[in-house]
Write a protein that binds this ligand. Structure first.
Ligand SMILES: Cc1cc2nc3c(=O)[nH]c(=O)nc-3n(C[C@H](O)[C@H](O)[C@H](O)COP(=O)(O)O)c2cc1C
Length: 167
């Protein structure tokens, strides 16, 4: 099943926040998904064994950073279980730490936690959104890669209202 899950290609994000004592926290996450436009909601799943769990308690702020192709090292860095993932300059600051160069930064408040087996589903309400765009980092079968549009790749717009034939 794990291998089957890994076949699903995803983008890669770093989710940052702060523990109640102000200590910065950051985790590499590929379980991110958009949920709702009205109200603006997203979710991601955090393993219950995470040392960063208390940075993402209900009511706290966090930020999702969608990573660019240049962020492979950062993705590996924030996938480590370590207390000191951030340089000293982030200590004492306010708000979720910023990952520079991300395709977008979605600032949220934790709206709810839902039980999800050995993970906690973190539902976030988006309060601020910044988009820069760019080439995304992609993850599949345990390997980082890049996205390439098909030669005739169709641009799917307004799919909610699409009413015709796909083929
Ligand atoms: C590409 C990639 C995606 C990951 N996605 C998730 C995820 O969605 N949820 C999660 O809890 N851990 C995920 N991890 C593992 C965490 O990044 C890692 O366990 C965590 O950073 C360990 O530190 P912590 O104790 O502060 O959580 C992922 C790791 C990688 C390399």
């Amino acid at each position: 099943m794990r291998d089957a899950f890994g076949l699903f290609a995803t983008g890669v994000t770093i989710v940052t926040g702060r523990k109640p004592n102000g200590e910065p926290a950051g985790v590499t996450v590929n379980s991110f998904t958009s949920v709702s436009l009205t109200p603006p909601l997203l979710l991601w799943c955090l393993q219950n064994a995470s040392t960063s769990l208390d940075a993402f308690a209900v009511g706290l702020e966090f930020a999702v950073h969608v990573l660019s192709l240049d962020h492979e090292d950062e993705a590996m860095h924030f996938a480590r279980r370590a207390a000191d993932k951030f340089p000293a300059r982030f200590a004492g600051g306010a708000g979720p730490p910023r990952i520079d160069g991300a395709l977008c930064r979605l600032e949220c408040v934790v709206e709810a936690h839902h039980a999800g087996g050995d993970h906690t589903i973190v539902l976030g309400r988006v309060i601020r959104c910044e988009s820069a765009g760019g080439a995304p980092l992609v993850f599949q079968e345990g390997v980082f890669g890049r996205f390439t549009a098909l030669p005739r790749g169709r641009h799917v717009e307004a799919w909610e209202t699409f009413n015709g034939d796909w083929f």
